[in-house]
Design a protein around this ligand. Structure first.
Ligand SMILES: *Cc1c(COP(=O)(O)O)cnc(C)c1O
Length: 505
């Protein structure tokens, strides 16, 4: 028997790019031969090939199905990625988003024909305002980072309106990278404030730095160490006494929804990641939605367009002139249209099917699950801070000391055990961080199996050292990538080696 080598291992098929599978002339549909067909395109007729690959329909179906199976997803298994809230996305929400009245509409339709869609945006806005206790919400931001931009541009507009240009924004060292990036994008000088030994912000250092040059403080709560900022009310008072604004990063809202009113914490603005807290599918860069709740002081500066409701029905305020008539001064516009409508439908479906009590239970269960991980792993891994956590359990790499195994090696070995790794090396304030967020949708059985795997990996690290880990992951289509090159020089586009050939006459 001759040996065949296909490069495939079992059914783990190597998948070429669709362009590499090109069989010129192959097609999924029968197209009339342009040479014999009556040409009605005149001058618009294409003169050269555009370089699309030729494939049959089964080839295309298999290609995309195989690619989809290479994606790890929450539907495929446990996904403990900290800070990202990878919870199960109920199928009910998908059913709702696919209703033709929601999925087949267009932003350019006359508003009289999309009253239901505008009502949906308004109803979701109402839930977000009630849950947070905040008077206003800008619905158009497309993600958390975009919500930060919305909040910070509102703050800048409010400061400029009172003739008080302030150059500095303070962020804690533990902040998500998007916070300083947003402040810098809005033209602010960013200053980092250290944390304390309890994993919270150093309130004293913040208060000492506050002054007439500080425009805003950006703070995440619960913070990126998975801990509630216990001094937050004291700090927000100090921020306001100094004439500055308080931006609260609400990406971790999942831990406190239904339990804490954001208005009571003194926040002026907070984005809500609908794709995290309100269970709309996300990953790989989208889709998401980052509605941003705003205080009384910031509400007038919220961006265009926004939905208003009066006895004539629902309307979109689209222009500065319209806004003037409504008594607001929008800082501008963040998106072509009114926001991520498909995400709104899913989020409202989730909220309404859970109800206020269900949301409250979800945040409680999320915190319970994280504490279960913290407690069952505390003697194997090394927790970074004392005491219970909120919705995320944070460990550092002291448990790997003298093994030669790094956090990265440990995470890669988890892939071979069938787990998506937790968040690694973030937050930056602890060494070799391992941040796990189980969410409320995982069962005790799932968590127990995960804990058993981590304990076994930790034992292997202690007993066998680095050697056993360096080869991981072994059971993936790709092994270790050059992560620096992947981030700095990503190859995002296939380029033909040869220029596309002229179409045959
Ligand atoms: C996810 C996250 C963000 C950014 O949200 P995106 O929707 O990814 O833009 C900001 N801050 C924190 C703490 C986050 O976890």
């Amino acid at each position: 028997m001759t040996e065949t080598f296909t490069g495939n291992k079992g059914l783990r098929l190597e998948e070429p790019l669709i362009f590499e599978m090109d069989t010129p002339g192959s097609t999924g549909v029968d197209v009339a031969d342009p040479a014999t067909d009556e040409i009605r395109l005149g001058d618009l007729e294409r003169k050269s090939a555009i370089g699309l690959p030729g494939l049959s329909e089964p080839q295309v179906i298999r290609h995309y199905t195989r690619l989809s199976q290479k994606n790890y997803s929450i539907d495929a298994g446990f996904y403990p990625l900290g800070s990202c809230t990878m919870k199960y996305n109920p199928r009910l929400n998908e059913r709702m988003a696919r209703l033709p009245g929601f999925s087949d509409i267009h932003p350019f339709q006359p508003v009289s024909t999309v009253q239901g869609a505008l009502e949906l945006i308004d109803t979701l806005a109402d839930w977000l305002k009630k849950l947070t206790g905040m008077p206003a919400v800008a619905m158009s931001p497309a993600a958390g980072a975009h919500g930060e931009l919305c909040g910070m541009l509102s703050i800048r507009a409010a400061l400029e309106a009172r003739g008080d240009k302030r150059p500095v924004v303070l962020v804690p060292e533990s902040a998500h990278g998007t916070n300083p990036a947003t402040a810098a994008a809005c033209g602010y000088k960013v200053e980092a404030i250290p944390g304390d030994a309890r994993g919270r912000v150093d309130t004293k250092a913040f208060k000492e730095r506050l002054g007439p040059d500080v425009a805003a403080v950006m703070l995440t709560n619960p913070n990126t160490c998975g801990l509630f900022e216990t001094d937050i009310i004291d700090l927000s008072k100090a921020i306001h006494d100094a004439g500055a604004f308080f931006y609260m990063d609400g990406a971790n809202y999942n831990a406190i929804v239904g339990r804490v009113r954001i208005a009571d914490l003194g926040a002026d603005a907070m984005h809500i990641n609908l794709h995290k807290t309100f269970s709309t599918p996300h990953g790989g860069g989208g889709p998401g939605a980052g509605p941003t709740v705003l205080s009384e002081a910031l509400a007038p500066f919220a961006p265009l367009p926004y939905v208003v409701h009066d006895d004539r029905g629902y309307r979109l305020v689209e222009t500065e002139l319209d806004a003037k008539a409504e008594g607001t001064e929008p800082f501008g516009r963040l998106k072509g249209f009114h926001g991520q409508f498909g995400v709104f439908v899913r989020a409202l479906s989730y909220i309404m099917s859970m109800g206020a009590d269900g949301l409250r239970q979800a945040s409680g269960d999320a915190v319970l699950n994280a504490n279960y991980l913290l407690e069952t792993l505390k003697d194997t891994l090394t927790p970074s801070f004392e005491g219970p956590c909120m919705h995320e359990a944070l460990f550092d790499d002291r448990f790997l000391k003298d093994t030669g195994v790094s956090t990265l090696d440990f995470a890669k070995a988890m892939i071979d055990e069938g787990y998506h790794p937790m968040t690694m090396y973030f937050p930056l304030v602890v060494h070799g961080a391992l941040l796990m967020e189980p969410t409320e949708t995982e069962s005790k059985e799932t968590l127990d199996a995960y804990v058993a795997t981590l304990k076994d990996l930790a034992r292997r690290a202690r007993e066998n050292g680095a050697e056993a880990f360096k080869a991981a992951p072994q059971f993936t289509p790709r092994r270790r990538l050059d992560e620096t090159q992947a981030a700095r020089k990503p190859v995002l586009r296939w380029r033909p080696e040869e220029p596309v050939q002229e179409a045959a006459e």
